[in-house]
Design a binder for this molecule. Structure first.
Ligand code: VTB
Length: 344
């Protein structure tokens, strides 16, 4: 799968990043998202695959493209019936064409275009619920636990990383729902790095040394949690997620839903235990998992898009469970044939 799709999905996120970056700082998150979605969709439809969107831009009636259940790729065309079935690559795809649309709209750091791919059934088709998340470096995998308190996890993390609790940096989304969590982390002596958006980048940063991010704690959206888990699973990092179905916990969001209605929806999805804690291997359970991200605005892991006359430069991250590698890819894009400049 990697040899066929690897560079292709890097180009998918690069094109989405460049397209959305053109709207950086203009203050309109919807324009940012639309540009990323269109560019991602267009590039995916040039790949020789039959890709099913399991995490995308919403339900079929909510989004014109990249909706859940939609299909992308050359092998979805009418004439695909004539293709050699052995050559037919059928995959499940999780996308966030612009993770952190607000960040791009307001010119803030930390946004990226992301995609995760696996064989059919290889990615958890998370509902658009919130998810309580815990991400941590590989050395802490299986030692920290979402069932434990933040204080206990910080003590465990300090032992795993052989550092003091005071040296730990924990990323938390700056939301009212995290008021108590933030207080507990600071009371334990660790540093809280607040982010306004973009917990996928924060989660993945835990799995790389040298990012000065040691954990992600708190509640974000579940689809982003699956995408984070796909990357972290390949990096052998720690990621756990637990669906949040009670709007009272989130304080905002899940508008219109009731706890009973959410429980009913989970039951209809076949989720028997709504309080189940999923680990990375369960959220991204496929034999092969590929992940690609391209920086839109500058971030901890990747530089942002840089536009120059006639082209652009991007930095992407490609992670593969197949080759067990994480590659940072620096790409120069030439938009058009270089104009001969008459200097006389
Ligand atoms: C979360 C987080 C994402 O949006 O989904 C956040 O996981 C939305 O949270 O990274 P709120 O509903 O509390 O605003 C992101 O930050 C960006 O998609």
């Amino acid at each position: 799968m990697e040899s066929t799709l690897g560079l292709e999905i890097v180009e998918v996120v690069e094109q989405a990043a460049i397209a959305s970056y053109k709207w950086v700082g203009k203050g309109n998150k919807n324009t940012v998202d639309h540009a990323a979605v269109e560019a991602m969709c267009e590039r995916m439809n040039k790949i020789h695959m039959r890709g099913r969107i399991v995490i995308g831009e919403g339900e079929r009636n909510e989004a014109p493209t990249l909706y859940i259940g939609g299909e992308v790729g050359i092998c979805t065309r009418e004439n695909a019936k004539t293709f050699n079935p052995e050559k037919l690559l059928e995959v499940d795809i999780a996308v966030d064409p612009c993770e952190g649309t607000n960040l791009v709209a307001y010119g803030q750091n930390g946004s990226m275009a992301v995609i995760a791919v696996s064989e059919k059934g290889g990615l958890f088709a998370a509902p658009d619920f919130y998810m309580k998340k815990l991400a941590a470096p590989p050395v802490a995998k299986g030692h920290v636990d979402l069932n434990k308190s933040a204080t206990d996890n910080l003590n465990i993390l300090s032992k795993c990383l052989n550092c003091s609790v005071e040296e730990l940096v924990v990323v938390v989304m700056d939301r009212p729902r995290h008021e108590e969590l933030i207080q507990e982390i600071r009371h334990a002596g660790s540093c809280v790095q607040l982010i306004s958006d973009g917990d996928v980048s924060a989660a993945i940063s835990c799995a790389f040394q040298g990012t000065n991010i040691h954990a992600l704690m708190g509640i974000g959206l579940a689809p982003e949690g699956v995408i984070s888990a796909a990357a972290i699973r390949c990096l052998n990092g720690h990621f756990q997620g637990q669906l949040i179905y009670d709007p009272a916990i989130v304080k905002i969001g899940l508008t219109g839903e009731s706890k009973e209605g959410n429980l009913m929806r989970l039951k209809e999805m076949g989720i028997e235990d709504p309080d189940r804690i999923y680990d990375a291997d369960e959220l991204a359970c496929g034999e092969t998992v590929l992940f690609a991200a391209c920086g839109i605005t500058p971030g901890v892991l990747m530089k942002g898009v840089r536009i120059f006359q006639g082209g652009a430069r991007t930095q992407s991250l490609f992670i593969s469970s197949q080759s067990k590698t994480a590659r940072f890819i620096d790409t120069v894009h030439l938009f058009d044939t270089p104009k001969s400049i008459n200097l006389h």
